[in-house]
Design a protein around this ligand. Structure first.
Ligand code: ATP
Ligand code: MG
Length: 424
């Protein structure tokens, strides 16, 4: 029969890789708890209009990357390409913004129809942090400090922090006019994408990844020269706090980010390891978004990191994470032994909630089960044959611990295992 292939750019995470994913997610959850960020889970599907309005019509994501389809009643739905729009929508839908402050986080799959390559997939996964109701720059700094602490906890090195300020919509309008003037003068040098954006959102041209445009972009009018005084002070405040905390950064005046909703602070943690897929964690302030979505205008700032890219860094930096082996492999041979063994295993799990016990299910000789026990990496084997079952004992056999094989009465087994494995 013809095999059903997986969808291009959508990957299975096999158990040997999942350990690293769990590690990243667990450390992130610990840090979110430590900083007072609460989990907010939002749907994978939203109305297409949400992303169009939030991310912007003239962005790569909305122009060509969204998985959009009509449901049975003809409504246009889109698989979320990022989390911020959904979180902002949820904050509005649930009335969480009136006179309130919130710090949220979420994690899970995002969908973008990009060309798959190393570190770039069509279903990928983000960890996402957002703060609502804070004017900053204190919270902008805190979000960056949180991410810096995550790299430290994970043991990832070599990431550099780039920051910039996009100012307010007003200061951007002035800058926009200068950009249009500049790029119109060089229109023949632009590629098709950029020419289209010249009319729609010329700031987007600065985000182009086309190397042929690099020099032209370098010479373009800089936002920094058009920044309003308040945005300048906000940006200085952020820099001060990063300096206070000893977090190194570079100011990259060409950092504009690929989404339209940003104002003031934008930043990216980048690696030099992989060419164009260099962003590991990106974010910024989006004070206008909630209002734009019809909510009560609310200041907001956040970031998202790509779990695949973080896991890739862990691997490449030799910080591979291996799954924890079971403490115990339970060898059970014979019909009576298998029935009793299953019961004993449950009793042991009652006695030791942290015990990792793999039962030798599916039958097989002592020899084949010991082979499985060895392969499992377990520290100890419990051995139960029909003879032992009749006597009410098991054999405890150290596999990766010192000591000799010993017979233990079933009633004493939980206590003996607890001592041997130092289970808390
Ligand atoms: P890039 O410049 O690499 O396209 P981006 O600016 O589109 O990234 P964001 O939309 O800010 O990225 O998403 C935040 C993070 O999600 C990125 O820093 C990156 O780690 C990760 N990411 C984005 N797109 C993908 C993808 N297609 N596959 C895997 N990870 C991704
Ligand atoms: Mg992108």
């Amino acid at each position: 029969m013809e095999l059903i292939a997986p969808i291009t750019g959508m990957n299975d995470v096999l158990p040997e890789k999942a350990a690293a994913w769990q590690y990243v997610e667990r450390l992130a959850r610990e840090l979110f708890a430590a900083y007072g960020y609460e989990e907010l889970r939002v749907p994978l599907l939203e109305q297409t209009a949400l992303f169009k309005r939030a991310i912007g019509e003239f962005t790569d994501i909305v122009e060509k990357e969204m998985f959009t389809f009509e449901d049975r009643s003809g409504d246009s739905l889109t698989l979320r390409p990022e989390a911020t729009a959904g979180i902002a929508r949820a904050a509005i839908s649930n009335g969480l913004l009136h006179n309130q402050r919130h710090r949220f986080y979420t994690m899970g799959p995002m969908f973008r129809g990009e060309r798959p390559q190393k570190g770039r997939y069509r279903q990928f996964h983000q960890i996402d942090a957002e703060a609502y109701g804070y004017a900053g720059p204190d919270v902008d700094a805190e979000l960056i400090l949180l991410s810096a602490r995550l790299w430290k906890r994970l043991g990832i090195t070599g990431l550099t922090l780039e920051i910039n300020s996009l100012g307010t919509p007003e200061s951007r309008r002035v800058h926009r006019a200068a950009l249009v003037e500049y790029f119109s003068r060089h229109e023949s040098a632009l590629d098709a994408d950029s020419r289209r954006r010249l009319g729609g959102n010329p700031l987007r041209i600065l985000d182009s990844k086309n190397p042929a445009l690099a020099e032209l972009i370098l010479g373009a009018p800089k936002l920094a020269d058009y920044l309003d005084a308040e945005s300048q002070a906000h940006f200085d405040g952020l820099r001060q706090r990063l300096d206070d905390s000893g977090v190194a950064y570079t100011v990259n005046p060409r950092l504009v980010r690929g989404l339209d909703y940003y104002t003031r602070t934008v930043f990216e943690w980048v690696t030099s390891a992989w060419g164009a897929q260099n962003a590991v964690c990106s974010g910024g302030r989006y004070d206008g978004l909630v209002g734009q979505l019809g909510g009560e205008p609310t200041q907001a700032v956040g970031w998202a990191l790509g779990i695949e890219r973080v896991v890739l860094l862990l691997e490449e930096q030799g910080r591979g994470v291996v799954a924890q082996p079971p403490h115990v492999f339970f060898v059970m041979v014979g019909a009576a032994a298998e029935r009793l063994g299953l019961r004993i295993a449950e009793q042991l799990r009652d006695a030791h909630p942290t015990l990792r016990l793999e039962a030798g299910l599916g039958g097989g000789s002592f020899k084949s089960q010991f082979r499985r026990a060895d392969k499992s990496g377990a520290a100890v084997a419990i051995v139960l044959g029909d003879g032992e079952a009749e006597k009410g004992v098991v054999a405890l056999k150290p596999l990766r611990l010192g000591g000799e094989q010993a017979e233990v009465g079933i009633a004493a087994l939980a206590g003996r295992l607890g001592e041997l494995l130092e289970l808390g």
